[in-house]
Design a protein around this ligand. Structure first.
Ligand code: HEM
Length: 346
């Protein structure tokens, strides 16, 4: 993983800690790309952000995670997904954690999230512990990012130096949660468009889809592939036959929409490259997984082949793409706030 460290140090920025009530990371623009926009001083994310204000932050996150995942292994997958759904809607600002209130239309009610996103109680527990140790210091957005990385590591996946210093939004976007998150029946062109809108490319799409090496999906999200893929009451012809028959048992034509199936049935609890190996054999669960191979975009098909052959290359790219995902439009400096309770604005 020394390659990843190198990349992170290239964009290294110094951070100083002043007081807990104020934004704590100051990036003086050394090596920053945008200091010319800010007259020499700008705010940025940095792995050392809590070095002085809350050096135990990651240890606290990891100890809560270890216990939670030991009780319910799926939480690792759920927390990884939570970061994705946070970052794709107005940036990585913990907007996804806000409950309905007078001023907030919660993203939790968005189509891709409702009865689907999980892990909120674990975030609450981490936040409560952090408020005891370092009051009003660690943002909910950083907690979600730390939990996503920790879940990856605890599942056997790569580790990376995580830039920190995100602040929490005072708003959420229900509309954004319905508009920005790609649906499971997306075409390859659709997926690429959704990712491009966020500044992510085909490499990020294929690498980040590798998160589907852990976790599960409900029948409702892939049923169409079993019974009516093209509006002609026929299954998706790309589904491998044995896999297809197994899925039909799990997901009958009528009912059973909440039954779940692993996204990577080969090693559903292990963060590895089996997901890509299965894709090459017609055993990807979602249409959005399948089309990485069969969608007639040569680059994504090639990338699937590459990651299926070389797990360490997948791990390296996954780490790089997760850093890119985590850097999507964060609130920094004096923007936003550090919430005391992740479910509501202060
Ligand atoms: C490329 C477009 C993507 C689509 C269309 C998509 C769609 C989905 C769907 C439909 C589910 C099942 C939800 C349910 O049944 O309740 C799911 C689960 C999951 N997704 Fe994605 N996803 C995408 C990308 C990603 C990315 C980028 C990540 C993280 C980096 C991710 C992480 C996960 C994980 C870990 C699960 C399992 C969650 C659990 O078991 O609780 N997905 N995804």
């Amino acid at each position: 993983m020394s390659f990843i460290k190198l990349i992170v140090f290239v964009t290294f920025s110094l951070s100083f800690t002043f007081s807990n009530a104020h934004p704590v990371g100051f990036n003086f623009g050394w090596g920053a790309h945008h200091h010319h926009h800010h007259g020499g001083m700008s705010f940025g994310l940095s792995p050392q952000f809590y070095q002085f204000s809350c050096p135990q932050a990651n240890d606290i996150v990891m100890s809560v995670l270890e216990k939670a995942i030991a009780k319910d292994i799926r939480l690792a997958a759920s927390l990884l997904r939570l970061h994705f759904h946070d970052c794709f809607v107005q940036g990585c600002d913990a907007s996804v954690l806000l409950d309905d209130s007078v001023t907030v239309a919660s993203e939790k009610n968005g189509g891709p999230n409702k009865n689907s996103l999980r892990g909120f109680q674990v975030i609450d527990e981490i936040k409560a512990k952090l408020e005891q140790t370092c009051p009003h210091t660690v943002s909910c957005a950083d907690i979600v990012a730390l939990a996503a990385r920790g879940s990856t590591v605890l599942s056997g996946g790569p580790n990376w130096e995580l830039p920190l210093g995100r602040r929490d939004s005072k708003t959420a976007s229900l509309r954004g949660s319905n508009k920005n998150i790609p649906p499971p029946n997306a075409t390859i062109e659709g997926l690429l468009t959704f990712f491009k809108r966020q500044g992510l490319d085909d490499v990020d799409l294929v690498a980040l889809s590798g998160a589907h090496t852990i976790g599960v999906a409900k029948c409702a999200t892939f049923k169409q592939r079993l019974y009516n893929q093209n509006g002609n009451n026929q299954p998706d012809e790309n589904l491998e036959k044995t896999f297809y028959f197994g899925l039909k048992t799990m997901c009958p034509k009528s009912g059973g929409d909440n039954n779940i199936s692993p996204l990577d049935f080969g090693s559903p609890r292990m963060f590895d490259n089996t997901y890509y190996k299965l894709l090459l054999r017609g055993k990807g669960l979602l249409n959005s997984d399948e089309v990485l191979v069969t969608g007639n975009v040569r680059e994504t098909h090639e990338l699937v082949r590459t990651y299926a052959q070389d797990e360490s290359l997948f791990f390296e790219q996954f780490a790089l793409s997760m850093i890119k995902l985590g850097n999507l439009r964060p609130l920094t400096g004096f923007n936003g706030e550090v919430r005391k309770n992740c479910r509501r604005v202060n």
